[in-house]
Write a protein of this length. Structure first.
Length: 386
């Protein structure tokens, strides 16, 4: 049974009594209310980098205004007031439905909850969340990890989950970077050493983290220019070149300068920048967000690989040993010996209005899993021989 109350203009609260106890579900709505609630969650929480307060602040400041979406966070607590989880969402209108999604806007790799100290509580948390969200029609939580900073994600066991199309590419270095490179095999290690020698032939090599507003602005301008040149060679529209997205990454870097959560590195030789790397840290993990490389004869040096190796050398002595390269299947990632980690998507109808949409989505997934049909589609697209 759920009873609803409204303690303020921005919040709605549901008290959900289940067979195993009582859960309190509070919905905080609107940007300020959502950020305030997450800020008040305390230090003993676990989340991916994309549910951290610093990330959401930048996201809501620069990408939310043009999206026509309403931020919501679901706050679930036990009978003693202990935080079980918070679930950041945005509400959008799609084809006549009110749809709840992960706040992504095309830049967040992972969705999922912020787990509190009471996250191990028993009871049907997902049913309580759904009942509280029923003014909306459909909820879609894409690319959730099974574990979040060492804590089990309770939502991956909810009805309506299925394997995501994407997977996480991450690795952990138990020892030094040199030991890691040796473990990859002689061929790969020799190739890294060869590229290092070629880099030195261009002039004095330098790897640096931009640590002032001016240095950050200069490095980010190079990253944008290098990525634009490579994308224009391939043709097509590039989402991250749009002004709002450029502002977002600049905000992220500016905010992260003070607390050390955002980083932009450059790799240069002879005063010329050959690669840039932008990422964020979350606990003991560095999450790669964007990487750029110069063209021309820089290509034979593989500067993208070198800048990642140098970032590892920077972070490992600082206690950061896990390197998350995200969901994209770019070739340079495979050389690092990454083992893909499965992600889970959760899709559920909250009202009967969403049943047809949900049925169509399930049908599409079943068709994608029919291998002869997949081969036929690839042939039509020219990706496989006839």
């Amino acid at each position: 049974m759920v009873s609803m109350s409204a303690p303020s203009g921005a919040d709605r609260q549901a008290v959900d009594r289940t067979g195993s106890g009582m859960l309190t579900v509070c919905l905080h709505e609107g940007r300020d209310a959502v950020l305030s609630a997450i800020n008040g969650a305390g230090a003993d929480v676990a989340s991916t980098a994309f549910q951290r307060l610093s990330w959401l602040k930048a996201l809501f400041a620069d990408l939310l205004p043009g999206a026509g979406a309403q931020p919501i966070v679901v706050d679930v607590r036990n009978a003693d007031g202990g935080l079980i989880l918070m679930l950041p969402l945005i509400a959008t209108h799609e084809q006549g439905l009110s749809v709840l999604r992960v706040p992504s806007f095309g830049v967040s790799d992972y969705g999922g909850p912020i787990l509190g100290p009471a996250a191990g509580v028993s009871g049907d948390i997902w049913s309580a969340i759904k009942r509280a969200l029923r003014p909306h029609d459909l909820i879609v939580l894409e690319n959730m990890p099974r574990d979040i900073q060492g804590r089990a994600n309770p939502l991956v066991a909810a009805p309506g989950t299925f394997p995501s199309e994407h997977h996480r590419n991450a690795l952990t270095l138990p020892g030094t970077v040199d030991e890691f490179l040796r473990a990859l095999g002689k061929k790969y290690r020799k190739e890294v050493e060869r590229c290092g020698r070629l880099l030195a032939e261009r002039g004095e090599p330098a790897f640096s983290r931009a640590a002032t507003p001016d240095a950050i602005a200069a490095a980010y301008a190079v990253l944008e220019q290098q990525q634009a040149e490579r994308r224009h060679e391939a043709g097509g529209d590039y989402l991250l070149e749009r002004p709002a997205y450029s502002r977002f990454y600049k905000t992220l870097l500016a905010n992260g300068l003070a607390d050390g959560s955002a980083h932009i590195f450059t790799l240069s030789a002879g005063g010329e920048i050959g690669a840039c790397l932008l990422g964020i840290t979350n606990g003991g993990t560095f999450k790669l967000l964007r990487i750029s490389t110069a063209g021309g004869d820089w290509k034979r040096i593989s500067p993208g690989r070198l800048v990642v190796v140098e970032a590892m050398r920077y972070f490992v002595p600082r206690g950061i040993r896990r390197f998350d390269m995200g969901i994209g299947d770019y070739p340079f990632k495979q050389g690092f010996g990454i083992e893909p980690e499965a992600l889970v998507t959760l899709e559920a109808a909250l009202t009967a209005k969403a049943w047809p949409r949900l049925a169509m989505s399930r049908t599409r997934r079943r068709l994608r899993n029919i291998e002869p049909l997949r081969r036929a589609v690839r042939r039509l697209k020219g990706h496989a021989p006839g």
